[in-house]
Design a protein around this ligand. Sequence first.
Ligand code: AR6
Length: 522
Amino acid sequence: CDSCPDLTLCCFLEDLKRITQIKRILGPLEFSSRHAVLIDVFTFNGAGGIVPQPGRDKWSSNYVKLPCSPSSVLYSNSTPKQEMRWSVISKQLKRLVEKKTVNAEDVEKAIMKYNPKYRGQWSFDALKEFVEWAARKKINVSGLFQKIAALALKLPEYVMKDIPLLQRGNAASITLSQVQISCLLANAFFCTFPHRNTTISKSEYHNYPTINFSRLFEDRSVRKLEKLKAIMHYFQVVTDDKIQLDGLVTFERRCLPDTDTNVQTWKRCKEKMNKLYVSSYGTIEDEGTGMLQVDFANSWLGGGVLSSGLVQEEILFLVNPELIVSRLFTEKLQDNECVVVTGVQQFSTYSGFGDSFRWERPYQDPTGRDRWARRQRQILAIDALNFDHKWKQYNMRMVARELNKAYCGFKSQVEEPDIATGKWGCGAFNGDSQLKAVIQLMAAARARRGLAFFTFSDEVLEHGLKQTYSLLRKKGTTVGELFELLVDYCAIQQASGTFNVALFDYIRTHLPSSDKLSKSLL
Ligand code: AR6
């Protein structure tokens, strides 16, 4: 009750549903016009294992342009004739495989042979620093470079079927094997993907994240070294003959229809607050394991993972490097879109955050698999708005955008686990953590799913959220009522000019008292 504010109606972590508790039985793996499967489903469903699906190369704007495509040609200034891109690449990579030892300079030379336009522009200083570190640790990097080159060379064998692009406005999925992902990432390491080195406007892939690793290799820094430790560890595992990668991963782009994003739908929403667990202890990926884990994403998935960014999303991509392949085919997310990834494997553990991030050690992932051989790990990428000025968020157009973005990710058609989240949009993107917490509560309530909220050591937020949530529950506040309250709150914030009215205080003092309150106290 109001006079005993410490009484919390929050649930325990054990009360929330994990993926392993889902009763829904997954049907056999099937492809459709909205679901591209890059492995042979008949062999897979018949327990024959994972083999690549044969197919034809499609060199078109709706598909990933692969470096091994017969249509991919290379123009060079030194020779007047054009050459097949893959023949130049494979010549270079085979040379590395056959060499006695391979150092960072050899890798650089090979890469620059088929990226001649960038000679003098790309630097490999960070890669060189990694090699120096590895030499001190007695790691055989030369052998590792050779194995990655050998893996990249397998592309025509491993990926035969065309990979559709997950384009904006199109809800669609791609399922591929961990081996296929490793091969695509080996190609990204050797910067083989055509048309992907520039993101200037009007370039073919300007609306896609970068995928070639060139920027990861440039500029020595502690950040780059730690990132490379994580990525190179991944390659060490996936190229190890003794380890069998036998799973699949699904990348699904979801889009919310206009009928769902309409403000009136929020105003009319009668759902009440669903289950909430809040803690300043724990992380989304550890304590929230088995729930739908929120990736505090960039609209270009992965954000700065291949350059210098190193906050929640980049760290997530570094310890689960299979996520990086999403950058190959996922167009920039629009306001009503999100991506759900099912099945990635965690390869590393880490400590720290930002500049203090450190790659710690290999991780043996114990996560079980579903019927499609996917790890029972679901990651939801939703990109919050990036507020250059904090005051801009106290505006119902922005609030509605964030509500819809969160709802797009939280909405489920079938039985799905509860959601593990936290201060989404409140670090690099400058959001107000109280406002964002309430927005996520509302989206989860509308989606009828429980939330585990990890405040990442923020005890003030933990306490305030517990109190506010308990009050909302006691008063039986609906999503629609809360929406109206936010309309008034934004108006007050704008009118104040100082934007320092705390939302939790505002809710406490302005929540209409209802007779439901007295009923709940009886
Ligand atoms: N579990 C729970 N909370 C966490 C965790 C974790 N593992 N890691 C961080 N936090 P931020 P944003 C808390 O800044 O503001 C990337 O570059 C921590 O308090 O990563 O949405 C993306 O690519 C942190 O301050 O998310 C985007 O470009 C807060 O969550 C951009 O950052 C917010 O984390 C997104 O920025």
